[in-house]
Ligand binder design. Structure first.
Ligand SMILES: *[C@@H]1O[C@H](CO)[C@@H](O)[C@H](O)[C@H]1NC(C)=O
Ligand SMILES: *[C@@H]1O[C@H](CO)[C@@H](O)[C@H](O)[C@H]1NC(C)=O
Ligand SMILES: *[C@@H]1O[C@H](CO)[C@@H](O)[C@H](O)[C@H]1NC(C)=O
Ligand SMILES: *[C@@H]1O[C@H](CO)[C@@H](O)[C@H](O)[C@H]1NC(C)=O
Ligand SMILES: *[C@@H]1O[C@H](CO)[C@@H](O)[C@H](O)[C@H]1NC(C)=O
Ligand SMILES: *[C@@H]1O[C@H](CO)[C@@H](O)[C@H](O)[C@H]1NC(C)=O
Ligand SMILES: *[C@@H]1O[C@H](CO)[C@@H](O)[C@H](O)[C@H]1NC(C)=O
Ligand SMILES: *[C@@H]1O[C@H](CO)[C@@H](O)[C@H](O)[C@H]1NC(C)=O
Ligand SMILES: *[C@@H]1O[C@H](CO)[C@@H](O)[C@H](O)[C@H]1NC(C)=O
Ligand SMILES: *[C@@H]1O[C@H](CO)[C@@H](O)[C@H](O)[C@H]1NC(C)=O
Ligand SMILES: CC(=O)N[C@H]1CO[C@H](CO)[C@@H](O)[C@@H]1O
Length: 861
């Protein structure tokens, strides 16, 4: 949330122009200057290879000092990935410690008999050592001909790509899903920015996937926390990294889901979420009182729009300080009453906190942190003091030994006062409104004005080019004056002596980890719902994510689909954009179209900025109607969506998927980010264009059934124009699939307590398959049950694949699509009294009462 954005317009424009100019003239020229390396002392074993790399000529020292001796380690010990690590012999370059991110935590680590990837290396006089990673005949990574540059503050590795390559992933950056292979710079430097298109924002994820012409995907991940540019240009992918080592992991695929599964096995599978978090969430910045939020909660109920979770932004705090409540408008007493009301109605409350802690010796959270020495320091050992909402602030140093117990204790006090259901950790890039330790030397009770409230904001400080930590020789394309702008300065010092320069991108991840640890230990055995703005590789094991401060524009409505797909690749499947847009006044039409799409984001929340026109879903009649209809589909699909989410937990597979993940040989879908699949069976085709009352939706070959009226679209790998009245979103069921549903209620609890319906969508052969996962939706040690459902020869077979969770509700209804001529039904051979209703193309069987915990065969006669 929240930055007042108006001010930065001009600056942003200027900076963007500058980036474009620099992209045009620079680079691709080191080949002639840098000598590369030469491999020697090569020893190989079935598990991999080790070699010494020595500089192959005169150091070029282009952006730092060339490191002359490196070690190459190639590990083939894993079935589905291969590691290539190039590090300095001296071991001085910063590497992410295992105490922060432990890769491969749950891996089986069995020595692979057979790795589907191969490694080869070669030497040429001009560029020196180069290597290739191969999957059969596919060369998936190829540095041959591009010299390796390895300096203390600059690493450059370049791999050749096929012409017009299909590259997905790397971020966080708002961009179209398929990255432009000819002209893309993706910068990784976590930054609080109101989502400028194609620039770096809150999180850092180096993982990418590539699709080759044969329909096979592979992937690569660079394990490095430094700022960097990853450039797609001239049929290459080029990494330009500000330090650390070159620690690459390659994933063999061959499907998109395989790559994500292999990647999340390495960095951590998505966490388990509470079932309720799949309900609909309402939030805004700028609610004036708990009373106003109460009215919003009541208005949703009155409008019959399901509301699961009521959120409040920093407005609830006393002078915007963590763990406090504004005594006049959001008193603790009123907040408790609100929480009780919500719980009595099967609803939940989530509140925000920020990492920045007000610099104020009489504020308990600061005083306790100060006495336990938990804050980041300046080089001279004094506390580093930036500026955030409450004024001058210090920042927790997640590396300090006492921080974990201090943070835990602050959260425990907060929860003891108000046991909220989930937490929202914002501003954790970390965001600071001034550059440098601007509060150093200032009196503790001075409250600086926010930069955008001043008539003349302070000018940016001059660049200190002599300081290579503040201004590294290679300038990544971070569109700010300097790396330290609007965040903690790169020279700030952590308790282990490490400077912020190396670990900046880990700040939000480390906060997530401690906060997640608190939530899962304080509320023993309960799953945590934690929403974080800043993320890093592996964050999915801890948090969910929203895409930050977007705008109420048609452009951002469209881009949100791509960003949701990106986070699927990053292993954070619980993701969504602010419905109706955060900044700017949403129009009725835009908001209607946005709730129609947003109802199908895995994480579905409307959010708005302060001073913007109210946009709760009930505010306009058409939006309310669009919301009721789309959310009714979402809620009916909850058993299906939750099953998809469980596949994310078990395999890493994303919940919201682009068509190309399921139809990788259909060329027309390589850049389709206009539609989304939930799991592999439900296709959403939203309207993304102002004024449109129809949508050109792409249908892969096969049958697709309309969700509402069951009419059949016979896909031919082409667009079909569908009607799309303002309150209607097109949803189609893939033939050959069985979808478990329940009756959409006003809460997830109400929905869960209704009977099951199976929608059997037969394909041309009259067959279909499906699955259903059920557990208590709340605890870690719950029993669970996976059901497999198969339909063929006019017979539906339901059986437990695993688990012994007792499913409470029976199956009472079948919706049979593409199945006709049903006159009677038997369950396990016994005729039952059911009602059969036949329409064109569908047969609906009601009145069943089938226990889903037993093996069942339902025959259609
Ligand atoms: C593109 O790459 C080719 C070789 O792969 C090289 O000869 C050419 O100079 C490069 N062009 C630019 C603009 O970098
Ligand atoms: C490439 O490098 C050469 C030698 O350092 C230099 O003369 C030339 O200007 C460079 N070209 C570009 C486009 O940077
Ligand atoms: C590479 O360098 C070696 C040693 O300097 C030389 O013998 C060889 O001919 C060179 N090869 C090429 C292809 O230039
Ligand atoms: C990239 O460049 C190639 C060759 O010029 C061109 O065929 C292709 O269409 C371009 N790709 C995109 C996405 O613009
Ligand atoms: C407190 O709430 C009242 C009534 O909702 C509102 O008029 C007032 O502006 C609020 N005060 C603040 C500081 O937001
Ligand atoms: C410092 O904290 C105390 C105690 O919470 C509070 O009364 C005081 O107003 C705070 N100072 C500022 C400048 O917010
Ligand atoms: C941890 O906090 C205690 C006070 O509770 C303090 O005495 C100690 O020095 C702190 N440890 C470090 C490493 O700062
Ligand atoms: C947005 O709407 C509010 C009224 O709700 C108005 O005060 C403001 O000027 C509008 N902003 C824009 C950019 O139209
Ligand atoms: C389908 O329609 C969309 C939107 O109008 C268009 O961008 C796309 O190119 C079309 N696809 C095909 C295969 O015609
Ligand atoms: C079903 O709904 C779709 C989309 O609104 C529409 O195009 C189609 O005509 C409808 N079919 C029937 C049979 O009503
Ligand atoms: C410029 C841009 O598109 N930024 C963000 C806001 O919009 C979408 C969501 O609507 C985000 O996904 C983008 O990252």
């Amino acid at each position: 949330m929240h930055i007042r954005h108006q001010i930065n317009w001009i600056k942003l424009l200027v900076v963007c122009l500058l980036c474009l100019l620099t992209l045009a003239e620079e680079h691709s020229n080191h080949t002639s200057v840098c000598p590369g390396y030469q491999a020697s002392q090569i020893s190989s074993s079935p598990h991999g290879l080790k070699a010494l790399l020595t500089i192959n000529g005169t150091p070029c020292d282009i952006y730092g000092n060339d490191i002359e001796e490196l070690v190459l380690t190639v590990a083939l010990d894993f079935t589905n990935y291969l590691r290539v690590h190039i590090e300095d012999v001296a071991g001085k370059q910063y590497q992410i410690p295992n105490s922060v991110i432990q890769l491969n935590k749950n891996s089986r680590m069995a020595y692979a008999q057979h790795n589907s990837l191969d490694f080869s290396h070669s030497h040429d006089n001009k560029s020196g050592f180069g290597f290739k990673v191969l999957r059969g005949n596919d060369i998936i990574f190829d540095t041959v001909g591009h010299p390796l540059i390895f300096e203390d503050q600059y690493i450059e590795i370049t791999s050749s790509l096929p012409e017009n390559a299909n590259i997905y992933g790397i971020g966080e950056t708002p961009n179209w899903f398929r990255r432009d292979p000819n002209n893309t710079i993706m910068t990784l430097w976590n930054r609080d920015a109101p989502d400028p298109f194609r620039d770096n924002v809150y999180g850092s994820h180096t993982v990418y996937m590539e699709l080759r012409e044969n329909g096979h995907f592979h992937g690569a991940y660079l394990h490095n926390s430094h700022g960097m540019d990853i450039v797609l240009h001239n049929n290459t992918i080029q990494y330009r990294v500000l330090g650390g080592t070159a620690d690459f992991y390659f994933f063999s695929g061959p499907t998109a889901l395989d790559v994500i599964s292999q990647y999340t096995e390495l960095v951590g599978r998505p966490s388990r979420i509470p079932y309720w978090s799949l309900g609909f969430h309402n939030c805004r910045y700028g609610y004036k009182s708990a009373h106003e939020v109460n009215e919003v909660i009541a208005s949703y109920a009155q409008a019959k729009i399901p509301l699961e979770v009521a959120w409040t932004d920093i407005d609830y705090m006393d002078r915007e300080r963590d763990f406090t409540f504004n005594p006049s408008n959001f008193s603790l007493q009123e907040m408790r009453a609100q929480l009780d009301y919500l719980h009595a109605h099967d609803q939940k409350m989530i509140l925000i906190i920020d990492p920045a802690i007000q610099f104020n010796s009489t504020y308990g959270t600061y005083a306790r942190g100060h006495s336990q020495n938990v804050f980041i320091k300046n080089a001279d050992g004094s506390e580093y003091i930036g500026q955030v909402w409450p004024g001058y602030t210090t920042f927790p140093d997640w590396f300090a030994v006492n921080t974990s117990s201090w943070w835990n204790d602050e959260l425990r006090r907060y929860y003891a006062a108000l046991p909220i259901d989930g937490m929202w950790i914002d501003m954790n890039e970390a965001s600071s409104f001034c550059t440098g330790s601007c509060g150093s030397g200032k009196p503790k009770d001075e409250v600086p004005r926010l930069p955008w409230t001043m008539d003349n904001p302070p000018p940016p400080r001059p660049l200190d080019k002599s300081n290579r930590i503040l201004v590294p020789p290679y300038a990544i394309h971070n569109p700010e004056m300097e790396l330290s702008t609007k965040t903690i300065e790169t020279t700030a010092v952590h308790a282990n002596g490490v400077i912020e320069y190396h670990v900046h991108n880990l700040y939000g991840y480390m906060e997530s980890k401690l906060t997640y640890d608190f939530m899962t230990s304080y509320r023993r055995n309960k799953r945590a719902f934690l929403l974080s703005r800043s993320t890093f590789a592996g964050s999915g094991a801890l948090v969910s994510h929203w895409t930050g401060d977007n705008w109420s524009t048609w452009h951002d409505l469209h881009v949100s689909i791509a960003t949701v797909f990106d986070f699927g690749i990053f292993g954070i499947p619980m993701v969504g954009a602010d419905i109706c847009g955060f900044i700017g006044n949403a129009t009725e039409e835009l908001c209607a179209r946005w709730i129609e799409l947003g109802a199908f984001y895995p994480f579905s929340r409307v959010h708005n900025s302060i001073d913007m026109k109210s946009q709760e879903i009930y505010r306009w009649n058409t939006v309310a109607e669009a919301g009721r209809r789309a959310l009714a589909v979402r809620y009916a699909l909850l058993p299906y969506i939750y099953s998809c989410y469980q596949e994310a937990v078990e395999h890493g597979w994303p919940v919201a998927r682009p068509l190309i993940f399921e139809f990788s040989t259909i060329q027309e879908t390589v850049d389709n980010d206009r539609q989304l699949l939930l799991g592999d069976s439900i296709l959403i085709s939203p309207v993304l264009i102002q004024g449109a009352r129809s949508v050109d939706a792409f249908f892969p070959e096969g049958w697709w059934y309309d969700w509402y009226n069951f009419s059949l679209v016979s896909g031919t790998n082409a667009n079909v124009t569908l009607d799309a009245p303002l309150e209607h979103v097109n949803v189609h069921i893939r033939a050959g699939r069985i979808i478990p549903t329940q009756h959409a209620g006003m809460t997830t609890t109400e929905t869960r307590s209704s009977d099951y319906t199976l929608i059997v969508a037969a394909d041309k052969q009259g067959t279909a398959v499906g699955k259903l996962y059920v557990d208590d939706g709340e605890t870690f040690d719950t029993p669970s049950r996976w059901l497999d459902v198969n339909f063929s020869d006019r017979s539906l077979w339901i059986c437990s694949r695993s688990g012994n969770y007792e499913i409470q509700r029976p199956l009472s209804k079948l919706v049979l699509l593409g199945i006709l001529g049903v006159r009677a039904v038997t369950v396990n051979g016994i005729a039952v009294n059911s009602v059969i209703e036949v329409t064109s193309g569908s047969t609906i069987v009601t009145g069943l009462n089938v226990d889903l915990n037993r093996e069942i065969r339902i025959a259609l006669l």
